[in-house]
Design a protein around this ligand. Structure first.
Ligand code: ZN
Length: 275
């Protein structure tokens, strides 16, 4: 795949990766670096009075908006809590539409004390409730399975198999799954589940797994710093038909303390060498 390695036409960066930057700084910084895509985390939209103002900024840039992060967090102890979650996902759909993002990534949610199977049912119900609005807005929803270390409070969907089960059950053109190498690299069924997902793979996230991992949330590695065979997983998703962006999503207290522009250059180098 030499033509892919020569340029950054499929390189996307998540705004959370350069957390010290505002959205405007991300847009300018990524553009200046020759990065092609941007995934917008909802936090960077908060300073704006109207989301469409942020959307204008993005549309005026040369960047392609790849997705909005994130919707989800559907399970709750009470029916009122679950309704609130659905409302928040409706807002996310409006925001996604307003910034020209065709996709929302779903971190599906979990609540300590709610059995995981029950939580997955609540997740499927929540997604089903908002899919008609997503379709009307021209926005796709993508279930991102999270590593099982987050099964207590962030996601009851921990394998691509579980995501595929929900995608197949709801069987909707606007619903698919995200493969994030950080969450799924260890799974012995990954290759076969990627094949099963096929055209339902809506997005692909990369970073690396550090040894030791010093923080459960914010110690992700730059590609090449850890033990994940990113090229192998990329090959599997592309064999399954995925031809979208390679999205760099790195939560890292260590890198957030450094200069974001320099970090973007490191990302470009690591992308060429390891993705
Ligand atoms: Zn991800």
């Amino acid at each position: 795949m030499p033509e892919k390695l020569e340029n950054f036409s499929r390189l996307c960066i998540h705004t959370i990766t350069t957390k010290p930057w505002t959205l405007e700084e991300c847009v300018r910084g990524y553009e200046a670096a020759g990065v092609s895509g941007i995934t917008v985390w909802r936090q960077v939209l908060e300073p704006y009075e109207s989301v469409s103002e942020a959307g204008q900024q993005l549309q005026d840039s040369g960047l392609e908006v790849v997705s909005l992060c994130r919707g989800g967090f559907f399970p709750a102890e009470t029916a009122g809590g679950r309704r609130k979650a659905i409302d928040d996902n409706r807002r996310a759909i409006e925001e996604s539409h307003a910034i020209g993002s065709p996709l929302i990534v779903l971190v599906c949610g979990a609540v300590p004390g709610i059995p995981l199977g029950e939580a997955r049912e609540q997740i499927a119900d929540g997604i089903a409730a908002v899919l008609p609005e997503a379709q009307a807005a021209g926005v796709r929803l993508s279930i991102e399975p999270l590593h099982p270390m987050y099964a207590d409070s962030r996601s009851a969907v921990n394998t691509l198999r579980q995501a595929n089960d929900i995608v197949e059950k709801l069987d909707h053109p606007n619903l698919g799954a995200t493969v994030d190498v950080y969450h799924l690299w260890w799974d012995p069924d990954l290759e076969s589940e990627i094949g099963r997902a096929g055209s339902k793979i809506f997005s692909f996230h990369v970073c690396d797994w550090r040894t030791p991992t010093r923080d459960l949330l914010n110690d992700r590695g730059l590609m090449g710093e850890g033990c994940i065979d990113i090229r192998q997983i990329r090959d599997w998703v592309e064999t399954a038909g995925f031809d979208g962006f390679v999205e760099v999503e790195i939560f890292s207290n260590e890198y957030w303390a450094t200069d974001p522009a320099e970090f973007v250059e490191k990302i470009k180098k690591a992308y060429l060498e390891h993705c």
